[in-house]
Design a protein around this ligand. Structure first.
Ligand code: MG
Length: 376
């Protein structure tokens, strides 16, 4: 969808809005009052359609609700996005409500990032994806003003961007399963979702077709530490390089027990969200999975990566199902991390941005200012 259609069909919460707006009212409203020399925020819902239904240990779905955001400042536009997989507790109504309550028009200098993001963070607790959408749009805008991509502003070498994993999930139909495996061909590392009844079957099936290293995401699905340890040993013998969130996020002592014994690094995902959680993770995990929709965006994600490295933790960079907007924003940080899981844009059928590419399995950061995206 082009920009004109975005404005025409989109509903818009201009940041000048101060009173709560109902979703139905927003659906029929388009306001484009842009004040010069001020930050002007607009947004609209955008449902992401998944190429394959997504089977997790605790859920299955074919769409993910999203909200697309723009921040306009003196003719330049920064793009941002909120993606809200249901288990994180946000939805289109909550994100729209949060964004409607923001008054970004009070800011005339977009470079006051700490001030602007502090303000946003204090409008309401939680709402991490909503906060991320504004953070990403602000970073895109700033990069465009500076005419530089964020990896350069952060002093990172794009050649050091890692390969990204690509996720396959189990399918009971062997033909479908084979098709899913074929689609993994360009990738140098494959992520296997586990914690279902077919954990070993999916790896054994995959190994009939491919020797590519795998990583495993149990999504809290292994319900006791002995089983988790057995799985770690079994997986280590089958080309697995790390295990993500093996057990319930509350099972901290059991996870620490597992880490002591596991031949594979244990990575925290559901366990942690934001910067203060990184230090907690160091007590029970070998590494952390940073995602912009958890961290409230790029600013805090960068701080989390720096802190994690200082604490000797491995860093993984993940995403939700997202368009190339949020995935490209995350890719800017990728040269800092050990592992990337940035396949969210590849899993949807209706991407509205051109941005980060996976070339020969590797995260390839767009050579464009800001987060590096252009609307399709
Ligand atoms: Mg995960």
């Amino acid at each position: 969808m082009n920009r004109r259609n975005f404005l025409k069909t989109g509903f818009l919460g201009a940041m000048i809005a101060t009173s709560p707006i109902s979703l139905s009212a927003l659906d029929s409203t388009t306001r484009t009052i842009n004040r010069p020399g001020r930050l002007n925020l607009s947004f609209r819902p955008y449902e992401l359609k998944l190429l394959h239904s997504f089977n997790l240990a605790r859920s299955q779905r074919t769409t993910t609700p999203g909200v697309q955001v723009e921040i306009e400042y003196d003719g330049l536009i920064g793009y941002g996005e909120a993606s809200m997989p249901p288990y994180l507790g946000e939805n289109i109504a909550s994100v729209s409500q949060f964004l409607s309550n923001l008054n970004l028009g009070q800011f005339s200098d977009p470079f006051r990032v700490e001030e602007i993001l502090d303000y946003i963070d204090n409008v309401a607790p939680n709402n991490r994806a909503a906060k991320a959408s504004v953070d990403i749009a602000l970073h895109d805008l700033l990069g465009k003003i500076m005419k530089q991509p964020w990896y350069k502003i952060w002093g990172l070498n794009p050649e050091l961007a890692p390969n990204t994993s690509y996720t396959i999930s189990y399918d009971a139909d062997p033909k479908e399963m084979e098709k899913k495996i074929e689609e993994t061909a360009p990738f140098k590392i494959i992520k296997v979702k586990m914690g279902l009844d077919h954990d070993k079957e999916i790896v054994e099936t995959f190994r009939k077709f491919s020797n590519v290293p795998i990583c495993v995401d149990a999504n809290q699905g292994w319900n006791n530490k002995e089983k988790a340890l057995d799985m770690c040993h079994w997986l280590a013998e089958r080309g697995c390089i790390f295990v993500e969130q093996p057990m319930d996020k509350m099972a901290i002592d059991d996870t620490a027990w597992l880490r002591e014994r596991s031949p594979l690094p244990i990575i925290a995902d559901e366990f942690l969200q934001r910067l203060p959680d990184v230090k907690r993770a160091a007590g029970a995990y070998d590494g952390i999975n940073i995602k912009l929709m958890k961290s409230t965006g790029m600013h805090e994600a960068y701080k989390m990566a720096v802190l994690a490295k200082a604490l000797g933790l491995k860093v993984m960079l993940g995403c939700m199902t997202e368009t190339s907007c949020a995935v490209s924003a995350a890719s800017q940080l990728s040269p800092m991390v050990d592992w990337a899981d940035l396949d969210g844009n590849l899993l949807i059928a209706n991407d509205i941005f051109d941005g980060m590419k996976v070339i020969d399995g590797k995260v390839t950061i767009p050579d464009r200012p800001g987060i590096g995206v252009i609307p399709r």
